[in-house]
Design a binder for this molecule. Structure first.
Ligand SMILES: [Zn+2]
Length: 165
């Protein structure tokens, strides 16, 4: 037997920050500020992220590149790992991601790479409630996604590692 199975993906679209809550607006602005501090001399692609924890702390991160390219880290994981390292008992409520480049115009919001999606999905899984994701750019359009697993269908869970009996 075979059958086709489809998975739906939905997100909210905002054409300006004005439609968002004050909390969401502030988180996006924090991610934009973080992007300005990125160490990205090789790509000139500056990414910032801002994580809101349930203790109301905001942790920001940005991309950190290296001349040995694979040694760099994305903005999202910089913030997520720091947040988790400093506040292991705090849940992650939201993450905002912004970017800009001096080389080209980023007219649409950017989205996390596969590795960052995997990290988001695992933290979401262990805290048992969704991490809201706000995708932005340096312009006003914003995509709001209800949870990290929405971005990673059929994700790799530790449950997949259980041995067969
Ligand atoms: Zn990434």
């Amino acid at each position: 037997m075979s059958k086709k199975i489809s998975i739906e993906f939905e997100y909210e679209f905002y054409d300006s920050l004005k439609g968002l809550s004050k909390t969401d607006q502030e988180l996006i602005i924090a991610s934009r500020k973080a992007a300005k501090k990125a160490y990205s001399p090789y790509s000139n692609f500056h990414v910032g992220s801002a994580v809101l924890l349930d203790n109301k702390k905001v942790i920001t991160g940005n991309n950190q590149e290296n001349v040995a390219f694979s040694d760099g880290t994305c903005a999202e994981r910089t913030a997520l790992f720091y947040a988790r390292a400093q506040y292991p008992n705090s849940a992650i409520e939201k993450i905002a991601i912004s970017a800009y480049s001096n080389n080209f115009k980023l007219s649409k919001p950017i989205s996390p790479c596969g590795s960052c999606r995997q990290v988001l999905a695992e933290y979401e899984h262990i805290q048992s409630f969704p991490i809201e994701i706000l995708l932005a750019s340096n312009y006003d359009e914003v995509y709001k996604i209800k949870g990290a697993t929405q971005l990673l269908p059929l994700l790799f869970y530790e449950k997949n590692l259980q041995e067969n009996n």
